[in-house]
Design a protein around this ligand. Sequence first.
Ligand code: GUN
Length: 280
Amino acid sequence: MDGKALAERVRKDVAEEVASLGRPVGLATVLVGDDPASGVYVRSKQKACREVGIEPFDHNLSSETGQDDLLALVEQLNGDEAVTGILVQLPLPEQIDEDRIIRSIKPIKDVDGFHPFNAGHLLQGSPTFVAATPAGIMEILREYKVDLKGARAVVIGRSNIVGKPMALLLLAEHATVTICHTRTRDLPAVVREADVVVAAVGHPQTVTADMVREGATVVDVGINRTDDGLVGDVAQDVREKAGLLTPVPGGVGPMTIASLLRNTVRAARYQSGELAFPLD
Ligand code: GUN
């Protein structure tokens, strides 16, 4: 499943939407510290913004930044009319309480969908902003007409960023969903039952060919830097078993960025009142 090609089409759509809004759209990205992988992700997001006519406002803070300074920055961005969306790149350094920061972002600017307000709306079946990685995966599955109704879906990983929202989105499409994690007993046996597997673990070779049913759809969320270069969570030999598979790179990654752009335009529509944001 070619996420890169689909993402290009989405970016074109978003560029047209931004142009037709007739007012500026801006995304503030906040990066704390110098984690090289996070730096790469944030720069890709900023570049994608520029390409579709969204103005990126980058904020790079030192790894020593304290909680109060970060809260003050978010507060300033919450009140800045030029800032349509706010993205604080995770993970944050250990002196900072990540949940506290996420809660400080104004829900109507929370384009990551991590604020409990937005995460709760997804849980209750009336999504507002949906986390970009799972939203992008759903778009890939739709594009390739993967039948989810009644399908057995296994999500490996239970993070707030991917695993949990992913499971909720699959459930909303009427899949029978199982979430696996580090304490799951006999992971291979559970995965073998799946029509759709989403691997979001952050560990190479987590899903191997012997665990995958012939013809299953396999989505690889992993981005692992190894001596062999960039690899996903799914072993190479799964290609022969899977009916459909997302490559790494070129699968989920580009669609994550495309979904973030979509969410940023959505934020602009909420803020103008063109779309109703459920605040009361
Ligand atoms: N870290 C890993 N993925 C993400 C994401 O989608 N958004 C943010 N803010 N941080 C991340």
